[in-house]
Design a protein around this ligand. Structure first.
Ligand SMILES: NC(=O)c1ccc[n+]([C@@H]2O[C@H](COP(=O)([O-])OP(=O)(O)OC[C@H]3O[C@@H](n4cnc5c(N)ncnc54)[C@H](OP(=O)(O)O)[C@@H]3O)[C@@H](O)[C@H]2O)c1
Length: 223
């Protein structure tokens, strides 16, 4: 096994937005938040893009369930994670995944907070390489918690095995509001990432959809 098993989890509105035009991303209901914290407690690492750190300042720890907080991994090419970001507190280990182009001084400052620095890539973080490094460091199961840009990169590179989306009974609109998956996108539907619906459950007010990515690691197991 060269990389961890990857679960992409997100909460979105019925119109596919993961945040509003104003950046409000509080989409999950209480029951769904409980589910996400349980899920975090079941993985070795939780990963987000620096865009999410800058927008939401999440702590990414387990607070609403029993269990240990996973290692937090921030995808941050230029070491922009603020030094007072909650992901850098001492409640769980943190990895800043950065590039050769990040300022050395900035990386040293991040390192001084106790974070581990992994350099993978030049212009942007090389996700294949990073996942291999995380696997060698013992990460078997990784939870991808967004945002839109990182979700695209991970799906486009074939690095996601499972998708769990909590659909909230809300429609917020907004052309510029972030959707579940951003990035360059595919020109043809047939080139899009194929999914197989495995489970539909109601979690509080939300509908939880669980998919296996076709050709992903869990695909055989899923039949
Ligand atoms: N509802 C939900 O479940 C949920 C969950 C998470 C986030 N969100 C929302 O999503 C929004 C943030 O999404 P976002 O698209 O702006 O940011 P993002 O996906 O969190 O972070 C993207 C950034 O990561 C860095 N990066 C480095 N290497 C990369 C690579 N190989 N592929 C992709 N990104 C790479 C890039 O910044 P650098 O070039 O500076 O490194 C890139 O701009 C926020 O509004 C947040 O509230 C919602």
């Amino acid at each position: 096994m060269t990389r961890p098993y990857v679960i992409l989890n997100a909460a979105m509105t019925l119109d596919g937005k993961i945040a509003t035009i104003a950046g409000d991303s509080r989409i999950s209901c209480e029951a769904d938040l409980d589910r996400v914290h349980k899920l975090r407690a079941s993985v070795d690492a939780v990963m987000v893009g620096v865009g999410t750190v800058l927008a939401d300042n999440p702590s990414l720890t387990v607070r609403r369930a029993r269990g240990k907080s996973p290692t937090r991994v921030v995808i941050d090419s230029f070491a922009k994670t603020p030094l007072d970001a909650k992901v850098l507190d001492n409640s769980a280990p943190t990895v800043i995944a950065s590039t050769k182009n990040a300022s050395k001084r900035r990386l040293q400052k991040l390192c001084a907070t106790g974070a581990k620095i992994i350099v993978a890539g030049e212009k942007e973080v090389n996700l294949h390489r990073l996942l291999e490094k995380l696997r060698s460091a013992g990460v078997r199961k990784l939870l991808l918690e967004g945002g839109s840009t990182l979700n695209w990169s991970m799906l486009n590179k074939g690095l996601v095995d499972e998708v769990r989306v909590a659909v909230a009974p809300r429609i917020v609109g907004g052309t510029t509001a972030k959707t579940l998956v951003g990035g360059a996108g595919f020109g043809e539907v047939r080139r899009g990432v194929g999914l197989e619906l495995k489970k539909v459950t109601k979690v509080g007010k939300n509908l939880l959809l669980t998919y296996q990515v076709k050709g992903g690691k869990g695909a055989k197991k899923a039949g």
